[in-house]
Design a protein around this ligand. Structure first.
Ligand code: FES
Ligand SMILES: [Fe+2]
Length: 407
């Protein structure tokens, strides 16, 4: 099985740290490291939500990361705009609500008023030669991909097109563009964002820490590809391949795209529910259940989509400080599915809601231990190969930043 190449990378200030070990303490606790982390994350695309959150003209929500607050608003042309929530007069936040619907945004300080594209429309008592055209809200890069909203705070966003092209067959298969939000839940977690990402990137902890999740997913599958292909040791993965390939052939015979980001839940289950039975109506191109699920990372490592046959979940991890991260899950169903008839929110969210509550607890305990003077980087297991790649990526990004500063 091909595995992703692992670049050798070291942290300049921690010469004894080796790839294959968790990070040195300061990378999980230090505020100055956290500021560098924000720069890394803000230079990439961030998956933030689904467009069905703001279906009508003027519907908006604000998204905050680091020092930035971004207004995400649907314009009169139906297109979603992403605007820096910073008044062009003297810099006040313009919009103080977290979501709602507006015809225009009026700054609470001196009442400069902006339209849904961010253009300045009114600025009372300014001098006659004041040119409103030069003082619109600054725009942030935004992409709407089959209904998924991603933003990038960099002036030069990385090219997202190759990834979008790769994901397109799967986004279509799961009908993500014609989905609606059925539920959202927050899991505010007192831990560094990297501990949440690491936790989400391995299934070594699934059996000991997630009894519900472990009762839903077949054991061998959890061991082999619990956090996706490449998350476990190659030998363990190879043992699972015959079962995986039999399922792939079945899914293919139903006419569905297959690939390493798709896998069966296992044990004859149709979807990721407590009893394996459907929890909503089929989505997208599914005509019958194949019992598979599809993982789709979109841009940054802080957002990912996991899609079953009848529902999908967006997982979002937004760093707030060195020791705090807002985790959020957004459950999607087909837009025509009726609450109380086709789906029941409690049943729909149960497996992941329980799992994410458990993740909050284990990650907070992880952070408490990492704060101890006795903490030192520990070795990743054969089941945590994705974390080797994550820390390698992270160390490389940190080195790039250091080079940029000195260069
Ligand atoms: S700071 Fe917004 S109108 Fe003055
Ligand atoms: Fe977990």
């Amino acid at each position: 099985m091909p595995t992703m190449p692992i670049e050798p990378a070291l942290l300049a200030d921690s010469p004894s740290w080796k790839l294959g070990f968790s990070l040195p303490q300061r990378y999980y606790i230090d505020e100055s490291v956290f500021q560098q982390d924000l720069q890394i994350l803000e230079s990439g695309w961030i998956l933030i939500d689904h467009g069905s959150r703001i279906p009508n003209i003027g519907d908006f929500f604000t998204f905050k990361i680091g020092n930035e607050s971004i207004i995400i608003v649907r314009g009169r042309d139906g297109v979603i705009n992403a605007l820096y929530n910073v008044c062009r007069h003297r810099g006040s936040l313009v919009c103080l609500e977290s979501e709602g619907s507006k015809k225009a945004f009026t700054c609470p300080y001196h009442a400069w008023t902006y339209d849904l594209t961010g253009a300045l429309k009114a600025a009372a008592l300014m001098q006659p030669d004041f040119n409103k055209d030069q003082y619109g809200l600054k725009r942030c890069h935004i992409r709407e991909i089959n209904g998924l909203i991603a933003i990038c705070l960099s002036d030069e966003p990385p090219d997202l097109d190759p990834l979008v092209a790769t994901l397109q067959p799967y986004l279509k298969l799961h009908g993500i563009s014609r989905a609606k939000i059925a539920a959202r839940r927050s899991y505010p977690t007192a831990a560094n964002w990297k501990l949440l990402i690491e936790n989400f990137g391995e299934c070594y902890h699934c059996a000991p820490a997630h009894p519900t999740y472990a009762s839903v997913h077949a054991k061998q599958k959890m061991l082999a590809i619990g956090a996706g292909f490449g998350s476990a040791d190659e030998a363990i993965t190879n043992e699972y391949l015959p079962e995986y390939e039999a399922w792939t052939a079945h899914s293919k015979s139903l006419g569905y795209p297959t690939g390493r980001n798709r896998s069966p839940i296992g044990s004859g289950r149709l979807t990721e529910s407590v009893d394996g039975k459907p929890v909503s109506t089929l989505m997208g191109e599914f005509k019958e259940y194949d019992g598979g699920q599809t993982g789709m990372g979109l841009g940054s490592r802080t957002g990912t989509l996991l899609a079953n046959n009848d529902y999908a979940v967006i997982f979002r991890f937004v760093p707030r400080s060195a020791l705090f991260t807002d985790a959020e899950a957004i459950w999607l169903v087909d837009k025509d599915a009726r609450e109380g008839i086709d789906y029941d929110v409690d049943s729909l969210i149960r497996v992941w809601d329980v799992t994410l509550r458990e993740d909050k607890t284990i990650t907070e305990n992880n952070q408490l231990g990492v704060l101890s003077k006795s903490y030192q980087p520990g070795p990743y297991s054969r089941q945590e190969q994705a974390l080797v790649r994550f820390t390698s990526w992270y160390a490389t990004k940190m080195a790039e930043q250091a080079n940029r500063k000195t260069g």
